[in-house]
Design a protein around this ligand. Structure first.
Ligand code: C5P
Length: 316
């Protein structure tokens, strides 16, 4: 089992590209988590969603999704008893949407191996759904335009479209209007996940929106050249923090500990519960991870410049 961005080692495997894949065999799709480098909620829209501004950035933590052709049927099994294996699971919903456009007889058995904590603001469910779309498109040899795939992804969730592509992105709208940005983050990223599930719908419902003065865009903040970057990162904020930190002492505690351990920046990701911190050097990152990890919270460590291939497909 390769490392999951653990503090002991980092994976260093060559990615496979899709040209290695035969439709007769199965594949594993490695489905990476994200953090939000800042999250601003701008307004509530008439369709019930909120317009937002964020920067999505991948971290070295992933779920494995094994796809095996099984003509005519769709099946899902997971290694987590608390996750549904029916159509309320985004992986199966993604397969159903794609099957409606696939050649007759297309089918798949999906096996989901979870490592990304659920309800943590790390986009695990959304990433899995996007990986199923990408993996099945190859497995079933489907020709679809990027636009078609993107609109299918958006039906599954606001941040699913981000997970269809490679790299970091500046996102607006519901989170689906994406601009790829050339972000090579020169920091070690420590992610701590207190054992609390936060419901995204709950967080949006209880958010108190307030007017804000004009600010630099999050894209400008993260794309500063190195000498200015550390000061610039101090301007990142997450609008969900006041609500979530107020009601969850362990998330508040994780953020305080990371902030106090020499991080250039410590912030909640998405609607929580995950908190990430950026460190200029590996030693400080590992020390902070060890100190906070001692509290029994899930951990991940990502090296500077991390940017995995998407889709990351490993043929059988
Ligand atoms: O799109 P997704 O299914 O991930 O959203 C879950 C819930 O979060 C939505 O039903 C909505 O209540 C809220 N949401 C929102 N504005 C967004 C994204 C999500 O209000 N941009």
């Amino acid at each position: 089992m390769p490392s999951q961005g653990s503090i002991l080692a980092s994976p260093n495997e060559l990615p496979y590209t899709t040209r290695h894949i035969s439709p007769w065999y199965g594949m594993t799709v490695r489905s990476y988590a994200k953090i939000n480098l800042g999250l601003r909620i701008l307004r509530k829209r008439s369709d019930g969603y909120h317009d937002l501004e964020t920067v999505f950035h991948r971290i070295n933590l992933w779920d494995d999704i094994v796809l095996r052709p099984t003509p005519g049927t769709l099946r899902l099994e997971t290694d987590r008893a608390d996750l549904p294996a029916d159509s309320s699971n985004l992986c199966l919903r993604a397969a159903e949407l794609l099957k409606a456009k696939a050649p007759a007889g297309a089918g798949v058995s999906i096996s989901l191996r979870k490592h990304i904590p659920v309800g943590a603001g790390l986009g695990g469910g959304s990433s899995d759904a996007a990986s199923v779309l990408l993996g099945l498109k190859h497995l079933w040899s489907m020709r679809m335009s990027d636009d078609e795939l993107r609109s299918m992804a958006l039906r599954l969730g606001s941040d699913v479209p981000y997970f269809l592509g490679h790299g970091s992105a500046y996102a607006t709208g519901r989170g689906e209007r994406l601009e790829l940005i050339p972000l090579v983050l020169p920091y070690w990223i420590v992610v701590v996940v207190p054992p609390v599930h936060i419901s995204t719908a709950w967080a949006y419902q209880h958010l108190r929106l307030s007017d804000r003065p004009p600010q630099r865009s999050l894209k400008d903040i993260v794309l500063r050249p190195l000498p200015e970057l550390q000061d610039s990162l101090a301007q990142l904020s997450n609008d969900f923090e006041p609500l979530v930190l107020e009601s969850h002492a362990d998330i508040r505690e994780a953020k305080n500990r990371l902030s106090g351990s020499g991080a250039a920046c410590a912030l909640m990701s998405g609607t929580g519960s995950a908190v990430f911190a950026l460190f200029a050097d590996e030693d400080s990152a590992r020390r902070a991870a060890k100190a906070v990890g001692a509290e029994g919270q899930a951990l991940s460590l990502t090296e500077p410049g991390f940017s995995p291939p998407v889709p990351h497909i490993i043929p059988d």
